[in-house]
Write a protein that binds this ligand. Structure first.
Ligand SMILES: [Zn+2]
Length: 255
């Protein structure tokens, strides 16, 4: 059974001690590929440099909404240079996070919109982070539009109506560890509503570990718990679910 993790941060310090073992498991667990996601300019450079060292790693370059207030004026020019390396397959993570509000709403909107336009210009799929701001994120995406292959709303956390609206715009719904949490009926309804063809599997590691290891450091191999849960929710064969999730991710990121 092939696996894919479309949202990881393997270049974060939480993996300093055992990164080689974590990467070896990608081969032993039959991973198709992992997208290593950047959260600001310097971090995106790190995401890229790690991706260049491992065959199954690709990366994205982007500015997370938490970092929107610290972004240098020329950040898109730096990203443009990074795009010359073929391991960069997406723009993000970018978006809006009104839960923690580490940057002002105005800064977040401006930096998100700039990255969305940039993703369209360079025509690479976009990885979007949204928390407590689904209405405004929807407004911006429907006004600005999406790159040809669309994008993903990663770590989706709204209800099934929002899930359908983003799918209709041309986006996938990113599903990770929270699908395994006992109380998360809302996410399970969203998964049932949009169906397997509109879902991507992810971990967001080192964060959001699935139920059996909840609270500990997450890593790509634990995406298996997410795949199992999706198969159970949709009453599908786990092999079919795993293969469809790999194909969805390939279509979006490396067609
Ligand atoms: Zn992330």
């Amino acid at each position: 059974m092939r696996l894919t993790d479309t949202h990881a941060h393997l270049h974060f310090h939480q993996f300093d001690k055992d990164l080689q073992q974590v990467l070896q498991k990608l081969d032993s667990h039959n991973f198709s590929f992992v997208i290593n996601v950047g959260i600001d300019v310097e971090d995106s450079k790190k995401a890229l440099s790690l991706s260049q060292k491992h065959e199954k790693l690709y990366c994205s370059v982007g500015v997370h909404p938490h970092e929107a207030s610290n972004v240098p004026d020329n950040f898109l020019r730096v990203f443009e240079e990074l795009l010359e390396h073929k391991k960069v397959v997406a723009i993000g993570e970018c978006g809006l996070d009104y839960y923690r509000m580490l940057s002002s709403k105005e800064q977040q909107r401006k930096v998100f919109e700039a990255q969305l336009k940039f993703a369209k210009d360079v025509d690479l799929p976009v990885i979007v982070h949204v928390r407590d701001a689904y209405d405004e994120a929807y407004e911006i995406i429907s006004r600005v539009g999406l790159p040809t292959r669309g994008g993903v709303v990663h770590a989706f956390s709204a209800d099934e109506e929002w899930a359908l609206k983003f799918v209709e715009l041309g986006m996938y719904i990113g599903v990770g560890g929270p699908i395994t949490y006992p109380n998360n009926h809302k996410l399970r309804r969203a998964v049932m509503t949009v169906g397997i063809e509109n879902i991507l599997s992810e971990t967001d590691c080192p964060y959001l570990a699935p139920q059996p290891i909840r609270g500990k450091r997450n890593e790509p191999i634990y995406v298996r718990f997410v795949v199992e849960k999706i198969a159970r929710i949709l009453d599908m064969d786990i092999e079919d679910v795993a293969e469809t999730l790999v194909k969805n991710a390939e279509e979006l990121f490396i067609p």
